[in-house]
Design a binder for this molecule. Structure first.
Ligand code: MN
Length: 453
């Protein structure tokens, strides 16, 4: 049965208490969350699908041998014995819903399945998290109108927002093979940079390394080629979300982006948080789309009333920077910005609908990036490009340090969480990566002897 995208059920109830006591009041993984991930237990080579609860992970491979679940939940449980989430993601969201309900009930105080589940619990501290699924394709959108406007202002103060923006969800096709898990080091990329428009470009490590605060959206149920998804069905193909940092080299980007868009300035690395928060767990945090009265009407294929009323998601997104010096001095990370995904001009349903309108198929495990998320005020900006006005204004990080763009040793952490007015809170966890220098041999400096313009 397909419910409205904001339909709440017993798994969302505030008062639920688990016999996994660390889950009660947990700010990230309470019993109302139950996100999916893949992990290797200490000393094990084989990866397992897991579900987070408090400070523990349910080893779904181990749990399947207990044979607790039947029907759709049983089918879901069987798919979760793989080493990636892809087979589970390919099932309908109804299967995810069935295993969520079964586990929610089994984890509650008084459950008859407590002993069986206890045997499958692994402490989070004893595992190495893995990529959650095979990502076949990666598309990065540009859905934040505040980001698009403030970046546009840097280049076109008179006409910051291009005329197509309010009609079409803009995106480019990124590269799936360079998406890495939280914890992976970021090797400062090198590339062609034009330092002086009267001189030839140079090949060198980027001096304008930046992060982008984004939401990652995983596709679940397949969309067959030539089968365009309609707005009313789009959410069924959204399996869940994670935090995504779309690392960017602004100097490489500025030189290469015309006329075909971003390429090597983006595809050296994007990183994701390890847990996927299911679309169902996000339901209590749905909200109305935010559009200004003067915004153009939405084209019919991108419009449905349910999306207008409940299509946006209030997911708080925070960005923290810690420098090598701060860590040495035991200073806490500095918060650079906070915004909410609810300010996005386009919703997840609109991204999926638009992506398939031409007949482009989507595959379980495909990843959509939301694009950098920024709010209306300057301290809600989701990249250094905006926070420093294109590198023109330094920001203060500590008494001793300022930044325009990122330095070697800097660590960026993006954290996500949802909290509604009744106090229900779930977390997305975080994606954290540290920058290391590029040690590859340097090109000799270009001179007029070697190059001519
Ligand atoms: Mn991006």
């Amino acid at each position: 049965m397909v419910h409205a995208i904001n339909h709440l059920n017993e798994t969302h109830q505030m008062g639920l208490e688990s016999w996994v006591s660390s889950a009660n009041g947990h700010d990230t993984f309470p019993i109302q969350n139950l996100p999916y991930g893949v992990f290797k237990p200490a000393g094990h080579q084989q990866a397992r699908c897991g579900i987070a609860i408090g400070d523990y992970i349910i080893d779904m491979h181990k749990l399947s041998s207990e044979g607790l679940f039947t029907g759709l939940a049983g089918e879901a449980s069987k798919a979760l014995t793989d080493e990636t989430l892809n087979r589970f993601m390919a099932l309908s969201n109804n299967a995810a819903s069935a295993i969520r309900l079964a586990l929610s009930q089994a984890l509650r105080i008084g459950s008859q399945h407590k002993n069986a589940l206890t045997r499958a619990l692994v402490p989070m501290t004893d595992v190495a998290m893995q990529m959650p699924c095979h990502i076949g394709d990666y598309t990065d959108f540009y859905s934040s109108i505040h980001h698009a406007t403030s970046v546009g202002k840097l280049f076109r103060p008179e006409n910051p927002l291009l005329s197509n923006y309010k009609w079409i969800p803009i995106a480019y096709h990124g590269r799936a093979s360079s998406i890495y898990l939280s914890g992976t080091q970021v090797t400062r990329p090198k590339g062609q940079v034009s330092v002086d428009s009267n001189q030839p470009p140079l090949l060198k490590p980027t001096e304008r390394l930046d992060y982008e605060v984004e939401l990652g959206v995983f596709i679940g149920e397949n969309v067959s080629p030539f089968d365009s998804v309609t707005m009313t069905h789009a959410e069924q193909h959204a399996f869940g979300v994670c935090m995504l940092n779309d690392w960017s080299a602004r100097d490489i980007q500025a030189w290469e982006y015309q006329p075909l868009g971003p390429f090597l300035s983006k595809n050296f690395m994007s990183s994701i948080s390890p847990w996927i928060i299911s679309s169902e767990a996000l339901r209590p945090f749905r909200t109305a789309m935010q559009r200004e009265a003067q915004d153009k009407p939405t084209m019919d294929y991108l419009f449905c009333e349910q999306n207008e009323q409940h299509g946006a998601l209030d997911i708080q997104m925070e960005c923290y920077l810690s420098t090598a010096q701060m860590r040495q001095n035991k200073q806490p990370a500095k918060k650079l910005s906070q915004t909410s995904f609810k300010h996005s001009f386009w919703t997840i349903a609109q991204m999926i609908t638009h992506h398939t309108v031409n007949g482009c198929g989507l595959t379980p495990g495909d990843l959509l990036g939301s694009g950098t998320q920024s709010g209306a005020s300057p301290d809600e900006a989701g990249s250094l490009l905006e926070l420093t006005a294109g590198g023109k204004q330094q920001i203060t990080i500590s008494d001793a340090e300022k930044r325009t763009f990122l330095q070697d040793g800097d660590e960026i952490e993006l954290r996500g969480f949802c909290q509604n007015e009744s106090g229900l809170r779930i977390g997305l966890g975080s994606v954290i990566n540290r920058i290391i220098p590029n040690h590859s041999p340097q090109q000799p400096k270009a001179t007029d002897e070697h190059f001519s313009l």
